[in-house]
Design a binder for this molecule. Structure first.
Ligand code: ATP
Ligand code: MG
Length: 550
């Protein structure tokens, strides 16, 4: 399928990639018809989605299956009054009905808003009103049902609630009965244009309230680079991205680019995450490609990996947070596989990446995806020199690149703040080495200004993490009359060091940082805590620590 959209499909070097990557965007592109149904017509028996759960069930869907079920779902949703531009929220975890629903909604030209099941009543009310949600399709668990039901009296735009079961709560329609009884699907005459909104994802909420990111119908094509050239997928791959469907990372790794590449997508629908489960799945199902945030790899290397046969695994990628050097090294030592790091946001597709023709530099995010005109801007607005820190920006003076979002929905002031004068500001600071590789420094808001120095939290955190006492830590700035700000480390101690919090350990940790990195970066303030404040998706919220220290 990739060859339909690319003039050249294999690349041998970054120069070749920059020069020859050309993604063709057809008019009125629709992922449902132009990818899913196109596969079903060309190779109906081709494997599309391998769904499993922690109850021992597994189903291998072919494209013929997916076409059938997404048509049935589309017809059912039509009967519930859903059509072009209608907003539908999906709270489906990793249930297979997520794939039925999102593809069906694309076929209808509707707007899909996937959300996490960890939302409470207040979050659901906020989202329904923020986005004018017309229908919610949800998994049948009691907690989810209760929060949705409680939210309804304050969510006047919602007309229908649908449950995929197993039990159908009061007030909800039965999804499975609905699709079984649906009339044959009739495709809408004009489902969408390329500019229409197809998908809205909430950001993780690491820096503040989650923002609602609106993408258009061409967004899936932007993910060709994510899947074919970062995940390095081909038509025989079996790929697992570890992400809940409520986060943007799910469509990065469990849908768009993977299906365009013709890879089989592995889904493991589980209640509780245990690293051992994932290793078992890789072994039993012969998964060839894995993508997960650094935290997951951090867990995996703590397991006894030698107990598992992971020989099917060809390729591993990571993004979402900074990758510590030690995790890269240990994973490579155990598996022989080099972690290929990438960088991007809910607002984008893969933006920087380590591509198959490159040697990874552990801890570097890689080089720009040529789809985007990427630059680093210093705080006084210049393009940074090699070695100099700057904010990662995407230049859009020649138009919106494929893959970049349209806007923050109903938040023009937020959109304007991040994206003005032909430049989209990612909010992330990095530096570039002489080979063109980018190195993460921290979020712009997290960078500490102390006595004229600019100190990125990531480097100090990485230095601390190499000390056996430190399980996790967050570096922030605390206000200081003389220096402006001083570096503070908030630390979760490992079991063996619990109870040893005191001036001696503090001094040892400070000396350790001074030895591992430039001495001026050492944390003058250290606080020990039981746990760090995090987002629902597990990212460290440094902003919360800063607020507390004000
Ligand atoms: P919010 O925008 O609501 O504060 P968020 O930015 O965490 O939340 P996401 O879109 O899920 O929401 O995450 C994108 C962010 O993740 C990037 O802006 C960057 O800060 C971080 N990130 C992604 N990849 C990497 C990486 N390889 N190294 C370091 N940070 C990364
Ligand atoms: Mg963000």
């Amino acid at each position: 399928m990739v060859e339909k959209f690319l003039e050249q499909t294999t690349f041998t070097s970054q120069e070749d990639f920059i020069k020859n990557l050309k993604i063709k965007v057809p008019e009125n592109f629709n992922f449902g018809y132009d990818i899913v149904d196109a596969w079903a017509a060309e190779e109906p028996e081709k494997k599309a989605l391998l769904w499993t759960n922690d109850k021992g069930e597994h189903v291998q869907y072919t494209y013929a299956d997916l076409k059938k079920y997404t048509d049935m779902t589309a017809s059912y949703f039509q009967s519930l009054g859903i059509g072009h531009g209608d907003k539908v929220m999906l709270i489906l975890k990793r249930r297979y009905e997520f794939w039925y629903s999102i593809i069906a909604l694309h076929k209808l030209g509707a707007v899909v808003i996937p959300a996490t099941h960890l939302l409470t009543k207040k979050d659901i009310v906020y989202r329904c009103n923020a986005a004018d949600i017309k229908m919610i399709v949800a998994a049948g668990e009691d907690v989810i049902t209760k929060h949705i039901t409680d939210a309804m009296s304050d969510s006047p735009s919602v007309r229908k609630l649908v449950s995929v079961g197993p039990d159908i709560p009061e007030g909800f329609e039965d999804f499975h009965k609905g699709i079984e009884n649906a009339a044959p699907f009739v495709k809408p005459e004009h489902p969408n244009t390329n500019e229409d909104t197809s998908l809205m994802y909430f950001t993780s909420g690491t820096t503040g309230e989650p923002k609602m990111v609106a993408h258009d119908f061409t967004y899936p094509l932007g993910h060709i680079v994510t899947a074919s050239f970062w995940h390095n997928l081909h038509r025989d791959s079996l790929h697992l991205t570890i992400a809940d469907t409520g986060w943007g990372k799910a469509v990065w790794g469990k849908l768009y680019g993977q299906m365009i590449a013709g890879a089989n997508i592995f889904v493991y629908d589980h209640e509780k995450f245990t690293p051992a489960d994932i290793l078992g799945k890789i072994q039993d199902y012969h998964i060839t490609s894995l993508c997960a945030p650094p935290t997951i790899y951090r867990f995996l290397i703590k397991e006894d990996i030698s107990k598992y046969d992971l020989s099917s695994l060809e390729y591993c990628t990571t993004a979402g947070e900074a990758l510590n050097y030690s995790v890269y090294e240990t994973f490579k030592k155990i598996t022989g596989i080099r972690l290929m790091e990438g960088f991007g946001q809910t607002e984008t597709t893969l933006t920087l990446g380590t591509f198959p023709w490159m040697d990874p530099k552990p801890g570097s995010m890689g080089v720009p995806n040529p789809q985007y005109d990427i630059d680093l801007l210093t705080h006084d607005g210049r393009s940074a020199e090699d070695g100099e820190q700057g904010q990662i920006v995407i230049r859009t003076d020649r138009g919106k690149p494929l893959g970049l979002f349209k806007e923050y929905y109903r938040a023009p002031e937020l959109t304007e703040e991040a994206w003005h004068d032909g430049i989209y500001y990612t909010g992330d600071v990095a530096w570039r080495d002489e080979d063109g590789y980018f190195w993460f420094v921290g979020r712009a808001d997290d960078v500490i200004k102390s006595s004229g120095y600019r100190i990125g939290p990531f480097e100090v955190e990485s230095a601390l993490m190499t000390h056996p006492a430190v399980v996790e830590c967050a570096i922030t700035g605390v206000p200081d009359e003389i220096r402006g700000q001083v570096v503070k480390a908030t630390i979760v101690l490992s079991k063996t060091f619990k109870g040893k919090e005191g001036p001696e350990l503090i001094k040892e940790l400070q000396d350790h940082v001074k030895r591992v990195t430039a001495p001026y970066k050492y944390p003058r303030v250290i606080e020990f805590v039981e746990e760090l404040p995090k987002t629902i998706s597990g990212k460290i919220r440094r902003v919360e620590i800063r607020e507390k220290d004000k």
